[in-house]
Design a protein around this ligand. Structure first.
Ligand code: NDP
Length: 312
């Protein structure tokens, strides 16, 4: 296997990873970034980005991530396509294998691998993704102002997002597959007491309707076996997220869902010289701007760690 030593390795290329690259390259650390399989990260699956400060007219998702990338390149970041497939954090110098064929070693690793939204896995959901189907109400709810939308899920996220949508949209159908919700009681009560949220119990999504954009949803009631169509222009999926942290298991401390634990107020993990930022360590805020902020923290923590350990 080929080997290479770099000063700073960044794994992942969402807003957190690129921000870490901008800061570390400006600090002269010559960071090498491996993008992962979806360069640009989760933002690439949203519509326009309107809530990132500094873009008063909003920004096309791809253009925004190109801007992030170009800013990182401008200061000398080395951005490469590739997936981290294995890590070894046993020694003072950390090792990360990329695509099973090159081993990168570095004293400073910044994990920015993000989290992936879980999807229902039906054909119409994939086909209409970005055309009315979204996994982020805070990102995309505004595009459905005064319209009718549906949201799938019955956890705290679904309740929180349904409440958020109810303030923007005319009506919100909440599609719940059982006759009860998993969410905390207080969150459940909030949606149950919101007049423009209709909870569709025992309901599964049979199909999202529409050819070019979402026009409705066909629901299947798993108790009565009846099908019903509702007219909506937005379809939100809120059935959980999966942090992309599998390869770090056994090395890095995580919570029970796989989110990396960082020392509060820092990006430091339980391993010296390994820092985490973005959605891989944040199941609460999950915004581009918070991810970018934590990428900055990881870069500064990494830079200080290297300086304290004899790197110039
Ligand atoms: P959860 O895993 O808690 O809930 C997922 C929900 O999606 C469940 O209701 C589940 O249904 C449903 N679901 C899963 N798969 C499907 C499917 N294929 N079709 C239909 N429904 C499906 O995820 P969350 O993202 O809601 O929450 C993650 C964690 O974050 C939790 O610990 C939560 O408490 C926390 N959180 C806290 C918040 C807060 O305190 N403000 C806000 C948001 C999240 P079922 O119940 O039938 O399995």
């Amino acid at each position: 296997m080929k080997t290479e030593k770099v000063e700073c390795l960044i794994i992942g290329s969402g807003p957190a990873g690129y921000t870490a690259a901008i800061y570390t390259s400006r600090a002269g650390l010559k960071p090498v970034m491996y993008t992962g399989s979806q360069p640009g990260g989760q933002l690439m699956i949203t519509n326009d980005v309107e809530n990132y400060p500094g873009y008063p007219k909003g920004k096309k998702k791809k253009k925004m991530m190109e801007d992030f990338k170009n800013q990182a390149l401008r200061f000398g970041s080395d951005i490469r396509f590739g997936m981290a497939t294995k890590v070894d954090f046993s020694g003072p110098t950390h090792k990360v294998v990329i695509d099973d064929n090159i081993e990168i070693s570095s004293d400073c690793i910044i994990i920015a691998t993000g989290a992936s939204a879980k999807w229902l896995g039906i054909e119409s959901e994939t086909r209409l993704n970005g055309k009315g189907v979204s996994a982020c109400a805070v990102c995309d709810g505004f595009f459905f102002k005064n319209q009718e939308v549906a949201i799938v899920g019955a956890g705290d996220t679904a309740c929180e997002e349904a409440s958020y949508l109810s303030k923007l949209c005319k009506k919100v159908y909440m599609i719940v597959r059982r006759d009860s919700m998993r969410a905390s009681i207080i969150m459940q009560e909030r949606v149950k007491n919101t007049p423009n949220i209709e909870i569709c119990w025992n309901s599964e999504t049979d199909e999202i309707l529409g050819s070019e954009e979402v026009e409705g949803v066909r629901l299947f009631n798993n108790k009565t076996k009846e099908k019903r169509e509702i007219k909506v222009s937005g379809f939100f999926v809120a059935i959980g997220h999966q942090p992309n942290t599998e390869i770090f298991k056994g090395w890095i401390d995580m919570d029970e869902s796989g989110y990396i634990k960082t020392i509060p107020g820092t990006s430091k993990t339980n391993i010296q010289g390994v820092f985490a930022c973005g959605d891989a360590q944040d199941h609460i805020y999950r915004q581009a701007v918070t991810a970018a902020g934590s990428g900055c923290m990881a870069a500064l923590d990494g830079e200080r760690y290297l300086a304290a350990n004899g790197h110039n």
